[in-house]
Design a protein around this ligand. Structure first.
Ligand SMILES: Nc1ncnc2c1ncn2[C@@H]1O[C@H](COP(=O)(O)OP(=O)(O)O)[C@@H](O)[C@H]1O
Ligand SMILES: [Mg+2]
Length: 277
């Protein structure tokens, strides 16, 4: 099971869009995916799929079985909604944590990928959800504030968690401008920070995708073919490849911060933000 976080410095840049459509793309290729909705302020993954999650992580913390807390979205995609339970995650006792981690471990074999949709900003739980992931997908747009906020986010993740690898997706730009945007961003980042950015791809501004979402339908479910759909599919293939070439440095960091990452996996989200359980 691999953990992927989808993040950005700023809201409204397409995190949930990418999370859901990436999940659809992986699911279509036969992978079993769990989406973890880690956005407290705007937990809306269920809405993108046109369903309503009755349960969330709060119910898990209250002692319900993990199987009750998961919402089935479509074939091969389940959802663990975060909601208000996320705030409590950081303050639960070691005993409660152990119980919850055990529950989470019982579903490890059920999924190939967990995609974490994060909130924007630099809150501890946002940083933490990124730090437990095996790969961090960072979204940027041409908006100057998205650029600056993304820089601030990776700078913080690098300083606090020694994260060094980021998979960048440029959203809401043409293919050509996306490539140039990535180069500009990478130049600035690599000038001031010692870390590595990989270019995962660009998603164009796509009216079909936007319309589909307004009707609570995902573009990947539409049956129509759109530019964005093709691009997201390519991004999902590259993302899978990135696990094969993942640098040993990142894996070591995960292990240092959270004990054995292999053993914890998704359970890592239940460890305090400092990483010292
Ligand atoms: N590539 C795209 N083309 C067209 N609309 C997009 C694209 N990416 C995101 N959007 C639209 O932008 C809005 C914000 O996207 P969302 O995924 O909710 O952002 P976030 O989760 O980062 O806040 C939504 O209305 C969504 O439909
Ligand atoms: Mg969102």
């Amino acid at each position: 099971m691999k953990l992927i976080s989808v993040t950005s410095g700023k809201g409204g840049v397409g995190k949930t869009t990418v999370t859901c459509n990436l999940a659809m793309s992986l699911a279509a290729a036969g992978h079993r995916v769990l989406i973890f909705d880690g956005d407290i302020g705007m937990a809306n993954v269920d809405i993108f799929f046109g369903v309503r999650a009755e349960r969330n992580i709060k119910n898990l913390l209250d002692g319900e079985s993990i199987h009750n807390c998961i919402t089935k979205l479509v074939k091969n995609i389940d959802l663990l909604a975060g909601g208000s339970g996320l705030q409590e995650l950081m303050t639960i006792s070691a005993f409660e944590r152990r119980e919850v981690v055990q529950q989470i471990q019982s579903i490890h074999l059920n999924y190939d990928f967990v995609i974490i949709d994060t909130a924007p900003g630099l809150h501890d739980y946002v940083l933490h959800l990124n730090a437990v992931a095996d790969q961090c997908v960072l979204l940027i747009t041409q908006d100057p504030s998205s650029f600056a906020d993304a820089y601030a986010l990776i700078k913080t993740l690098n300083a606090k968690y020694k994260m060094k690898d980021f998979q960048v997706v440029c959203n809401l730009v043409t293919e050509e401008n996306g490539g140039a945007l990535f180069i500009r961003f990478a130049e600035v980042v690599e000038k001031f920070l010692t870390l590595r950015l990989s270019y995962l791809g660009t998603i164009s501004e796509d009216i079909v995708l936007r319309k589909a979402q307004q009707m609570q339908r995902l573009v990947m479910r539409q049956g129509v073919h759109s530019e964005a759909q093709k691009q997201i599919q390519q991004i999902s293939v590259k993302l899978i490849d990135s696990f094969i070439v993942q640098s040993p440095a990142r894996q070591t960091i995960g292990t240092t911060a959270f004990g054995s990452e292999e053993k914890l996996g998704l359970g890592g989200i239940f460890f305090p933000a400092s990483g010292h359980a």
